[in-house]
Ligand binder design. Structure first.
Ligand code: NDP
Length: 329
């Protein structure tokens, strides 16, 4: 038997989330690698799954947890053997395939990547999908020619998981980073991660003009809606915006003006189905470039039971940085 968070759909369509015990026979039959999870994490999407606020769960009952790290117990996949250490991010785990907010999981070997040498399972989960997505965004800006001397980089949703790690990465790479936040009281925290300036997100969150004063060489946006529209309208000629999130909304009330008059590039970032080569590259860069002291400052450790409440907190925007879940505590 092992401990797990289990989600069930109630008759009225709401989600029941509880801490329970499962046995191996309840793990999915279509996995080929059984793993011991050391750490998982609470991402925004885990918050949506556990609270049932959005229909991210597509099979019931479900163990949530889109991220996990630990070691292999048994494998029939040629690339994995008992004792190997792994990271799992996405691939529909915690949505359509039982996830990692549990002490055990049965996953597909094709989904797993090795834990980079020198990185602990706890650090990998402190980074989690949020941090790996931040790296995909930062890399996308670089690939689009946004250089450290191109000008300021705007990071929205700055005190959140994606935002905090994006600031740490970009500042480590020598970029000048401006953090947009609703928590101005966290300005010192954001500066300690590497932000040069901090602005009030209210400057970006209301409807704005299609073209505005050119401010940003690049943008990492985890917020969407009017914030993304204004960020596009303020991006300098030839600049790039990496869009990965929807904390303000799924809509994009923008015009084509920034694209056709300033050659602004809007780059979509998806972490869930990203190919393995991209993941390996992102995780190697994270192992190399992310300052572990900053990661510790971003991270709070919680238990599986506490994860149930934290799911509500993350949707309420109350979480600063990253929550790592010690599933064995
Ligand atoms: P967090 O909840 O940790 O961070 C989101 C941050 O957005 C909050 O901390 C807050 O920052 C800001 N925010 C919250 N509500 C609003 C609002 N109404 N208007 C403006 N800003 C708001 O989540 P994550 O960092 O884990 O994820 C951020 C987004 O990215 C989510 O939408 C998530 O679904 C998405 N995502 C997408 C991925 C992909 O593959 N495309 C992968 C990972 C995440 P502050 O208080 O500083 O303003």
């Amino acid at each position: 038997m092992f401990n797990a968070i289990l989600l069930n759909r109630k008759e009225d369509g709401t989600t029941d989330a509880s801490l329970t015990q499962l046995d191996d026979a309840q793990l999915p039959a279509d996995g080929d690698v059984t793993v011991r999870v050391d750490y998982s994490t609470i991402n925004y999407k885990d918050g949506l799954a556990i609270t049932g606020k959005s229909p991210v769960v597509r099979k019931w009952p479900m163990v949530p947890g889109i991220d996990g790290a630990g070691d292999v117990i048994a494998s029939s996949h040629p690339d994995w053997k008992a004792g190997d250490t792994f990271i799992l991010n996405g691939w529909g785990v915690g949505e359509a395939h039982m996830g990692c907010l549990a002490q055990r999981a049965k996953l597909k070997g094709d989904w797993l990547i090795p834990l980079p040498s020198g990185m602990t399972a706890r650090a990998a989960m402190a980074i989690g999908t949020a941090g790996y997505t931040a790296m995909l965004c930062a890399t996308a800006l670089q690939e689009q020619g946004v250089a450290k001397d191109s000008g300021d980089i705007l990071v929205t949703g700055a005190s959140g998981g994606v935002g905090s790690i994006a600031i740490a990465i970009l500042s480590a790479w020598g970029y000048r980073v401006v953090a947009s936040t609703g928590k101005l009281g966290e300005a010192d925290y954001l500066k300690s991660l590497g932000a040069t300036d901090v602005i009030d997100r209210a400057e970006l969150s209301a409807p704005g003009k299609p073209l505005q004063k050119e401010r940003w060489a690049g943008v990492v946006d985890s917020v969407g809606s009017h914030t993304l529209a204004n960020a596009l309208a303020q991006t300098r000629y030839g600049g790039a915006v990496a869009a990965c999130g929807l904390a303000q909304g799924l809509d994009l009330p923008a015009s084509v003006a920034p694209f056709i008059l300033r050659s602004v590039k809007l780059i979509g970032i998806d972490s869930v189905m990203a190919p393995k080569a991209k993941r390996l590259d992102a995780w190697q860069r994270l192992a190399r470039d992310l300052d572990t002291a900053k990661l510790d400052r971003i991270t709070k450790e919680i238990t599986l039971r506490q994860a149930l409440d934290s799911a509500h907190d993350i949707l309420a925007g109350k979480v600063r940085g990253r929550l790592v879940v010690n599933v064995n505590a």
